[in-house]
Design a protein around this ligand. Structure first.
Ligand code: AMP
Length: 183
């Protein structure tokens, strides 16, 4: 079956989680399906193989799982982007806006050497605030953004526009499946 169709079947939509009106895209069934998970990881890894990447950053928490698998598959180092106060070493921190309120992401100052091409991985692109903060951390750490790889994109929330405003081109963003409003 086409990867997109398999993902559409596998990803579970949970209405009103974590709050009313949100259709939560639960990727845990994908994690329970090793062949499907391997196809996803292979697809994200291959999508960025052209221009290449030196290191993979995974965004807390589901981006840790996918990002670490992509890094392992490519034989590249991995670093975590975490919520504040979780990383023990010297950090860079970026704030961003959520639907309600503010959030922050941190990386260690030694997450990657200056000049390295950094691939950011997360499970899902919604409004793009999280991925844009990750992109800003890459440039503050003097890295070069190789791209943003995602399983899911909620295409109606303007994530690509927010990333464009943060200097990330459309071609640098690769999601394996898109969902429209109400899907
Ligand atoms: P955003 O910053 O709006 O692009 O939100 C992306 C982050 O929030 C990702 O780390 C996702 O894991 C999580 N997220 C946002 N909306 C959803 C959703 N509908 N289903 C699952 N995760 C979501």
């Amino acid at each position: 079956m086409d990867l997109r169709d398999s993902l559409r079947e596998s990803i579970r939509t949970v209405p009103d989680f974590p709050k009313p009106g949100i259709l939560f895209k639960d990727i845990t069934p994908v994690l329970q399906d090793p062949p499907l998970l391997a196809r996803c990881v292979g697809e994200i890894t291959r999508a960025f193989a052209g221009d290449g990447f030196d290191v993979v950053g995974g965004i807390e928490a589901r981006g840790f799982i996918l990002g670490a698998l992509v890094a392992h598959t490519a034989g590249k180092p991995f670093f975590p982007l975490r919520k504040p106060g979780k990383l023990p070493w010297n950090c860079l921190r970026e704030s961003y806006t959520l639907e309600y309120g503010e959030a922050e992401l941190e990386i260690h100052t030694d997450a990657f050497p200056a000049g390295q091409r950094v691939l950011i991985v997360d499970d899902l692109l919604a409004t793009g605030g999280t991925a844009a903060a990750a992109a800003r951390l890459v440039s503050r750490g003097k890295g070069v953004l190789a791209g943003v790889g995602l399983l899911v994109e909620l295409t109606f929330l303007g994530g690509r526009a927010k990333l464009r405003a943060a200097g990330v081109d459309d071609q640098q963003i690769r999601s394996l499946i898109g969902f429209g409003e109400g899907e």
